[in-house]
Design a protein around this ligand. Structure first.
Ligand code: 48H
Ligand code: FE2
Length: 264
């Protein structure tokens, strides 16, 4: 058997390449068009459409994985339910499905998260893992959210007080899921934005899906809600393990931001 010749690389070279190209990316991302917080279904769908429209888009994700709640599905079962018209998005991303009845689509959770991530990345979005967003930047005249504060998740977990770095953005998207963490912190620390976070309601799936999509969008200048964060902010019912509204909401928030940034 022929032996495989592997290029020899020493530790210093490995470190230098990682540092050089990481900092190149961060120096570029520090002034982004759009910061999305959370790589769940809504955040990754939004990133796909925003990057496709040519906007410099970054997702900061607290965990070291993609997908948010997708992987957990319902009680860890690996099938995901999507309903029309969200099938247009899964068909665009070439996600395989079963259609047991007209308008209902069953897909695999692993394929769903992998293909959403691939679509966002191929369109040009960056996904940075292991980073938690814990605050916003705001500006007056006119009053607006102008970016975010970021910290390593591991530093946060250590309990040490370490100041964050700041990333500027023309639009910040809260795609953090049930807790609407970014909108909550903005509502608490910048009360003049006038945001209230009443909290989500119990399940009522039939109406919740449409309500989430309808209520997706701007909550304050520069700050947008998508996915389950919309339920938290607009006091809407949850829907349980059905994901059509999450990706339709991600697409809608992207379209709204594209329109707002073109007009400004
Ligand atoms: C960095 C953060 C931060 C932070 C959180 O929960 P997600 O999957 O969010 P959505 O809204 O795209 O999808 C919701 C869906 O998964 C779900 O829970 C549904 C449909 N529930 C219905 C029901 O009735 O229960 O993803 C959010 C992501 C996660 O990956 C978090 O780790 C991440 O955001 N995240 N990342 N900084 N401050 N907070
Ligand atoms: Fe959930």
């Amino acid at each position: 058997m022929q032996s495989i010749r592997i290029k020899q690389v020493n530790e210093v070279k490995i470190s230098k390449y990682i540092l050089k190209y990481t900092f190149e990316d961060w120096n570029n991302l520090v002034e982004s068009d759009v910061v999305i917080v959370g790589a769940g279904p809504s955040g990754m769908t939004a990133a796909y459409y925003l990057a496709k429209a040519g906007l410099k888009t970054v997702i900061f994700e607290r965990r070291l994985s993609f997908g948010g709640g997708i992987g957990g599905g319902a009680m860890n079962f690996h099938k995901i339910v999507i309903e029309t018209p969200a099938d247009e998005i899964i068909k665009e991303l070439k996600i395989r499905y079963i259609e047991p009845e007209e308008g209902i689509f069953i897909i695999d959770s692993a394929e769903f998260m992998a293909k959403l991530a691939t679509a966002a990345i191929d369109a040009g979005a960056k996904i940075i893992h292991g980073v938690t967003v814990d605050d916003v930047i705001f500006r007056e005249n006119p009053l607006r959210v102008a970016g975010v504060a970021v910290e390593w998740t591991s530093t946060q977990m250590s309990g040490l007080h370490v100041d964050p770095l700041f990333i500027s953005a023309k639009a910040v998207v809260d795609a953090t899921g049930h807790d609407a963490e970014i909108i909550s912190v903005a509502s608490r620390k910048v009360p003049e934005l006038g945001i209230a976070v009443p909290g989500e309601k119990s399940a009522y799936s039939e109406i919740a899906e449409e309500l989430v999509v309808e209520n997706t969008g701007k909550v304050a200048p520069g700050l947008y809600a998508t996915g389950m964060a919309v339920c938290e902010v607009k006091s809407l019912p949850r829907m349980g393990p059905i994901f059509g509204a999450m990706i339709l909401s991600g697409k809608k928030v992207a379209e709204e931001i594209i329109k707002d940034l073109r007009n400004s």
